[in-house]
Design a protein around this ligand. Structure first.
Ligand SMILES: CC(C)(COP(=O)(O)OP(=O)(O)OC[C@H]1O[C@@H](n2cnc3c(N)ncnc32)[C@H](O)[C@@H]1OP(=O)(O)O)[C@@H](O)C(=O)NCCC(=O)NCCS
Length: 184
């Protein structure tokens, strides 16, 4: 299981979601825009409290990963979320994913958070490898990976299915040794 997380980057505090976020999470759910919330976030307002109080702590205890809020320090606003998942403790490998609210995009939020969380995972988090997958048509995400300091390792053909369509995924990583496969 990961240790408690509180990461301070130049503009953001990146921390675990908690009961204090109920109003902010409910506002995202009510607005029907969940891109700032992690995968598996509630569909309905009635589920928000349980998600914060039970689902997220259970997920943390499972050791699989963490869901973190990206909070702007100057305003206290949650601008997005970032998380670690599919953690393999035996090898020290985890996978990072992120999303920012549509109103906050293009401000460098995801880049700053992806860099800070990747570095945390490789130090306090005890990981050796943080990997990142992105669809090749997700230009913003590919750009975030590159700007945040992840190294492109290659492309995984038809690695994801969205409805009936299969997609190739780019794979990136940040490692404790700083070594990675050569660029394709
Ligand atoms: C991907 C995402 C997290 C980026 O968040 P963000 O806070 O806007 O990211 P940043 O501002 O740090 O960087 C975005 C970069 O992508 C670029 N970008 C955005 N849309 C783009 C496009 N269509 N084509 C090319 N570049 C694009 C921006 O210009 C910026 O690069 P720049 O600083 O060189 O100008 C956000 O778009 C999002 O939440 N998308 C939905 C969820 C998602 O796809 N998550 C990733 C799953 S792998």
């Amino acid at each position: 299981m990961f240790p408690p997380v509180k990461i301070i980057s130049p503009r953001f505090e990146i921390r675990e979601f908690g009961p204090q976020d109920a109003a902010a999470v409910a506002a995202f759910v009510a607005a029907g825009d969940r891109t700032a919330l992690p995968p598996g976030s509630p569909d309905t307002l009635a589920d928000v409290d349980r998600w914060l109080a039970e689902t997220l702590p259970r997920r943390r205890s499972s050791g699989d990963g963490l869901h973190l809020a990206i909070v702007e320090r100057s305003t206290g606003t949650i601008v997005g979320s970032i998380g670690l998942r599919d953690t393999d403790w035996a090898t020290g490998r985890t996978e990072i994913g992120y999303g920012t609210h549509t109103s906050q995009r293009g401000r460098g939020c995801a880049t700053e958070a992806a860099r800070a969380v990747g570095q945390w995972a490789l130090t306090d988090g005890g990981m050796r490898r943080v990997q990142l997958h992105s669809r090749l048509d997700n230009m913003a995400s590919l750009r975030v990976a590159e700007k945040a300091g992840y190294q492109r390792e290659g492309t995984l053909p038809v690695a994801e299915k969205d409805g009936r369509e299969a997609h190739d995924l780019a794979i990136y990583s940040m490692t404790s040794t700083g070594t990675t496969a050569p660029q394709p």
